[in-house]
Write a protein that binds this ligand. Structure first.
Ligand code: ATP
Ligand code: MG
Length: 422
């Protein structure tokens, strides 16, 4: 009997890991440079956190959550995204008393019960940021610029930034009325989900991915035409700050985002390579969310990037990520009697932070050399009875065969210098 990973999940194997590690490292670096600090939140929360924080009319809450009863009879849900948990933590830990803006970033796995497709999984990963306590458009532009900086440093080009404004509860009322009027005589020809959305939140209809609905939604009225004066000023402010940063964008009045909590700014980075799952990253402003979840009235803005989709985009742009080899020295062993000495030398080198390996499977000398070569280890030292007596080893640089001899009793620091300089 063998087992396979559950549908919609996958292993990230050692051969793929350098791309993940590089993305994690660069994302943390860029976030820190922007003054964001990392937060780690639980993998599961009380189900209400997501019902309230993501919103009851969303596909995520209606269909996609991994909800279960724990042994104490409480309803728990594996996080389908990061924002709701971060907001819960922000409120619970009294972060509104910290100097604003409170800037947080996270790197999480998330869970949604979705139909498996390329770029769509049941367990996936998100990098995200949330910034609380700044209401103006400059911080919207700043987190967009953070993403541009991240893509840039990762060597990714050709992602398109699309922005839109979905207004505030005040100007949305008139817009919903217009939507209701527009869809009233069309909704019977649309999918069952859209019929449900029509009752709960007509704006959700615009997010439908079904073809038969698309013919109607493409002609539906747009929020942009209904923006109130304040929302319009905010959107103009965002555009002029992006212009000042020379960040290119297109205004796409069709973006509404899948989650309920957004107000005003919404944006997406889309790829023309990844196909129908082309949205690499989505974000926006959520000025009512903290209050809705029981906190004080604090504006917020954030984004979440799908790491799998980002890496798919990287590979379709032929961007490869390699990290330098960590193992620098292979200690080849000649005889059974010198195996413990090899271990001792390796242990001392590792103490100095030099990565090394030695034989652990009783391979012949020849196959040890083959192994080191295949693993791309840049230096090799051979240890046998002679070396045990002299306490010296010859360190051979594999790229050109040049050798230097070191005492492994007294000269370890010199070995480190040699390795670092070569
Ligand atoms: P989509 O429209 O593709 O379903 P979404 O609007 O549900 O996306 P968000 O909730 O905004 O997505 O999540 C932000 C990002 O997380 C998405 O842009 C995407 O890159 C990624 N993402 C969302 N769901 C999945 C999934 N099931 N598998 C892989 N990545 C995902
Ligand atoms: Mg979705």
């Amino acid at each position: 009997m063998t087992y396979s990973a559950p549908k919609g999940t996958k292993d990230i194997l050692p051969d793929e890991i350098s791309a993940w590690q590089k993305a994690e490292r660069v994302f943390s670096e860029v976030c820190s440079e922007y003054g964001f600090r990392e937060i780690r939140i639980p993998t599961f929360e009380h189900t209400e956190v997501f019902q309230k924080g993501v919103g009851g009319s969303t596909d995520v809450v209606r269909k996609e959550m991994y909800t279960f009863q724990d042994k104490g009879g409480r309803s728990m849900t594996l996080r389908p995204e990061g924002t709701a948990g971060v907001v819960r933590s922000y409120i619970e830990n009294g972060m509104s008393s910290l100097p604003a803006p409170v800037r947080l970033f996270y790197m999480i796995n998330a869970f949604r019960y979705e139909k498996m497709q390329k770029g769509r999984y049941r367990e996936f990963h998100q990098f995200g940021v949330e910034a609380f306590g700044s209401a103006g458009p400059n911080i919207d532009a700043e987190i967009i610029s953070l993403l541009v900086m991240f893509f840039d440093r990762m060597g990714i080009r050709e992602t398109r930034l699309c922005i839109n404004s979905i207004g505030c509860p005040e100007c949305r009322a008139a817009y919903y009325e217009a939507l209701n009027e527009f869809f009233a005589d069309k909704i019977s020809g649309m999918c069952p989900d859209c019929n449900e959305r029509f009752k709960q939140n007509p704006m959700r209809i615009l997010d439908c991915k079904e073809e038969r609905c698309g013919v109607f939604t493409s002609r539906a009225p747009r929020q942009l035409a209904f923006l109130c004066e304040n929302c319009k000023t905010h959107f103009d402010g965002l555009k002029s700050t992006l212009d000042a940063l020379s960040i290119a964008y297109t205004v796409d009045p069709g973006i509404v985002r899948g989650l309920d909590y957004y107000t005003r700014t919404v944006f997406e980075f889309v790829s023309d390579h990844v196909g129908t799952q082309g949205t690499i990253c989505g974000g926006g402003r959520y000025d009512k969310l903290v209050e809705m979840m029981g906190g004080t009235s604090v504006p917020g803005v954030g984004f979440a990037m799908g790491v799998e989709r980002f890496l798919m985009e990287a590979s379709s742009q032929n961007v490869a990520f390699s990290e330098p080899a960590t193992v620098k020295i292979y200690i080849a062993n000649l005889t059974e009697e010198t195996a413990a000495l090899c271990q001792r030398i390796a242990f001392s080198l590792r103490r100095l932070g030099i990565g090394c390996e030695t034989d652990l499977t009783g391979r012949s000398f020849r196959s040890q050399m083959k192994y080191a070569n295949k693993a791309g280890i840049p230096f090799v030292a051979v240890i046998g009875p002679d070396e045990a007596v002299s306490a010296k080893m010859a360190l051979k640089r594999m790229s050109d065969g040049s050798e230097m001899t070191f005492s492994f009793e007294t000269n370890m620091a010199e070995i480190k210098r040699h390795i670092l300089n070569n």
